[in-house]
Design a protein. Structure first.
Length: 147
């Protein structure tokens, strides 16, 4: 049985082969992260594990270290870097379906944390392979530029 924290609450995953995204959505009721591409490239399923951005759709609970800290969009949605990036996203009408909003928020939080710690990280590095399926990577780059 794997034990890790999700948004500061201890969670026990009895099956190491469970998909992290499905556990978060079905077992824990955290529905902001979504399944978009099924291979981790779109970014709509992004969460933080011990401060690093990961794609929950391509992770099993067995791949998470014992007592690791998983943070979802729901836990960070009101933090300033997330609010700033999403406000820009809304003003520019950067997305139509809003499937990627949670992933963008998680990425904004990680980028702001890295920069606050003195780590030089470009917006392109933060975006990585993620892209709004409606409008592409440019919308993410422009939104994260305000972080």
């Amino acid at each position: 049985m794997r034990r890790f924290f999700v948004n500061d609450a201890l969670h026990e995953a009895p099956d190491d082969n469970e998909n992290l995204l499905e556990v978060m959505r079905r077992s824990l009721g955290l529905r902001a992260a979504a399944r978009g591409c099924n291979d981790g490239t779109c970014g709509s399923c992004r969460v933080l594990i011990d401060g690093e951005v990961v794609h929950a759709c391509s992770r099993t609970t067995g791949s998470i270290a014992e007592h690791a800290r998983v943070v979802s969009y729901e836990h960070i949605a009101q933090r300033e870097p997330v609010v700033a990036a999403l406000s820009f996203f809304d003003r520019e009408r950067s997305t139509r379906c809003k499937l990627c909003v949670a992933g963008l928020g998680v990425t904004a939080c990680a980028l702001a944390s890295a920069r606050a710690a003195g780590v030089t990280m470009s917006t392109d590095a933060a975006v990585g392979t993620a892209a709004c399926m409606c409008t592409g990577r440019g919308s993410w780059r422009r939104a994260l530029a305000v972080v």
